[in-house]
Design a protein around this ligand. Structure first.
Ligand code: ZN
Length: 198
């Protein structure tokens, strides 16, 4: 016998498929949602649909944005010759929160992982190489210090160095395997200031 109605089971299943949400949390959320006032449910549902319909990649740095060009790339006071390569939009947000970085970004949307079958063609690397045809002074590689992040950093440095552009890597001190978004601002700034040339 099914414990819950088919609709509740379906909802639990969809929620459980989200990252970081286990079966128990999915059940709790499903019942919470069912008991929410109708107007709140409508707002939540439409915010998901609107975000999905309107968020896109920035034409220059590939971060997720509502506009064709994100606010960072559109800002003429930023140093457009300094590009920091990050794995995702959340890492970019972590550096932006420090308020001290004056360059622009390039968002890869992932990292190379032979184990998971993610190759260079699966992340925004070609797009990075295309950007280097412009006026670029330095590329700062700020991928995570996980195995995937280091693999990606090495790959990028081999790709860019022959072009003759300065390539640097943020200093370690960022905990191994640590997601950049969870690291405090002081540590991030120290990692940025202590970057070393590859
Ligand atoms: Zn951008």
């Amino acid at each position: 016998m099914e414990l819950y109605s088919g609709h509740i089971n379906k909802l639990i299943e969809e929620l459980a498929a989200l990252p970081g949400i286990g079966g128990k949390s999915a059940q709790r959320l499903a019942f919470y949602l069912i008991n929410m006032p109708q107007d709140k449910v409508n707002r939540l549902a439409s915010s998901i649909l609107e975000a999905k319909a309107n968020v896109r990649y920035c034409r220059e740095c590939y971060t997720l944005t509502d506009q064709e060009i994100c606010p960072v790339c559109a800002n003429q006071n930023r140093n457009h010759r300094l590009i920091m390569v990050v794995e995702n939009t959340r890492d970019m947000a972590a550096y932006e929160k420090t308020g001290k970085y004056e360059g622009v970004y390039h968002v890869l949307h992932g990292a190379i992982s032979p184990m998971l079958g993610i190759g260079p063609g699966d992340i925004k690397l070609k797009e990075l190489v295309n950007r280097l045809e412009g006026d670029v002074e330095e590329v700062i590689i700020a991928t995570n210090s996980s195995l995937e992040g280091e693999t990606t950093a090495m790959y990028i440095s081999k790709l860019i160095k022959p072009v003759g552009i300065k390539v640097t890597r943020i200093a370690s001190g960022v905990p191994v395997g640590g997601d950049l978004e969870y690291i405090d601002e002081v540590t991030l700034l120290r990692a940025l200031e202590g970057r070393v040339e590859l």
